[in-house]
Every structure is written in structure tokens, then in C-alpha cells.
Design a protein around this ligand. Sequence first.
Ligand SMILES: [Fe+2]
Ligand SMILES: [Fe+2]
Length: 332
Amino acid sequence: MTNAPSSATARERDEQVASGSAYRAVIERLSKASVDKHWEPYRDIPWDDPEFLVDPEDPRWELPEVDRLGGHPWYRGRSPEERARIGLWRVATAMKIGLQFENLLKRGLLNYAYRLPNGSPEFRYVYHETIEEGHHGMMFQEFVNRTGMPIRGMPGPLSVIAQVAPWIPLISTELFFIFVLGGEDPIDHVQRRVLKDGRAHHPLEETIMRIHIAEEARHISFARHYLRNRVPRMPAHRRLLLGLVSPVILGVMARIMLAPPGAMIRRFRIPASVVAEVYLRDPGARQDIRDSIGKTRELCAEIGLINAVTRRVWQVMGIWEAPKGGGRPAPR
Ligand SMILES: [Fe+2]
Ligand SMILES: [Fe+2]
């Protein structure tokens, strides 16, 4: 029989042990799920099936009218073949940027795992995640290759700056998992929205997105549980610093993930006025950026990273939105 805690301190300690073992149980469950349910791109995707071949002029690549570029008179005025090519270019660029982000992420995860002590449940999970991300990288690159288009990922200078990301875990593992969510949440947000838009998608695009969404759900869950477990126990000054840096990282990452590809703009000679109208001046574009990191913003509020001072940074980065319903957001 367990004795009742004799003091507030003892009760606090008991609660910490309980939440510590609940955290451990989540990590072990995620590791088991990675064994039970995972995909391999060269085993589970029928790349050479005639239905899965990529034809850049397939009308299923066309952007829908509800899309801001897809609904623009300039886009509607292109030939059907060009509309399809623009749509495919955009999907392939998102995959290329996704695989570059995941490349940085894998290196960061390995830097994190390198220093983990024996018996750490995170070690096994992080290796599962790294392996899954390895599969995603191959899957995305194979798709890009099959478009036959000269797809480029992140703009060059940004790609150079991004090389610091794998080293973030050496400074702060908490900041690293904010970076992880900063990339994974917008990709997941966009992919879920595409699958729910009720249109007929190319089976290859649909298969890749379904595999990715299923495995990313575990990665996002791990990052969120890690932060929920660690951040509330950080010393106040480090938590404040994390609270100040996080919105900067999240604001930049969301824009990298959702920005229009420069190479696409040049290739299809999309007029600057159309780009400005669709991506810069349209309030819907700003709302998209805010929505794409909505879950991470709620998590940051829940774990005490948002106060009157740090909220200003969220506002300056253009990613602030008051929690729905006013009060503290419900834990997920
Ligand atoms: Fe991934
Ligand atoms: Fe992931």
C-alpha cells in the first residue's frame, strides 16, 4: 500500500514521479508503434505502376480555384498544360524543402542521441524517428526525380544559415524540439489540408502524403511530450530565453515552408504584381502562416513560454493569435 504524502513537498515529488513515468510510457508506446506500423518507400510504393507514373501535364496537378494562386485570373488564363506544370512544380518544391529540413533534423537528432545516457528511453525512439525520416527523404527525392523538373529547395543563403540547426541540441535540446515542430507542424498542416480538399489527387502524391502524415504524427507527439516534460522544469531565466527565441524560429520556419518557390516564379514568369497580390498582400496568406503553427503556439502557451514580453515577439513575427475561447488552451 502506498502511504499518503506527508507534506506538500513530498506530494510534489510524487506528482513528478507520476508524470515522469507517464512520460516514459508515452515514449515506449511511440517506439512500439514505430515497429508495428511503418512504411518503406521502395517496398510499399508501386513507383512503376502505370497509374503512379508522373505526367507533368496531368490535370490532377492543377491548383484548385480555392487556392489563392490557383484562383487568380493570371493562373486561370494559362493553358491547362501550364497550369498542371505549375501545380506539380509547387508540390515537388514542398517535398524538396521538406527533405532538406528533415536532413537537418536527422543530423540534429543524432547529435542529441549521441550524448544520451544508457537506459534513456529517448535513445530508442530518436533512432526510430531518424530511420523514418531517412525513408521520407528517399520518398520525397524519388518523387522530385520523377517529375523531371529542375526543382530547387531552400534559397541558397537560407540553406547556408540552416546548417547551424543540427548543432542546436548542443546548446538547448528544448530549442531543438521547437525547431522540429517549426518544420513538422506546417508540413503536416498543409498535407492534411490537401487530403481533405475533396479533389481527385494523383495516387502517388496521395500515397506519399498518407504515409508521411501517419509517421509524422508520432514525431510531433514525441516533440510535444518532450517539451511538456522539460520546459516547466527549466530555470526561469532559461525559460524566458526560450520563450523569446521560439517565436523567431517558428515565424521564419513557417515562411520557409509556405513561401512561393522563387524558381517557379522565374520559370513561369509569374508577374511580380501577381506574386505580391497572392502571397504578400492577401490577408489570407498571413492567416495561413498563423494557422500553420497554431498547435505549436497553443503548446507554447500551455508550457509557460508565452507572457506579456514574449507575446510581443510573436506579434512582431506575425504569428500571434489569442487562444480560441480566451482561456488556457486544452492540453493535447
Ligand atoms: Fe518526415
Ligand atoms: Fe518527422
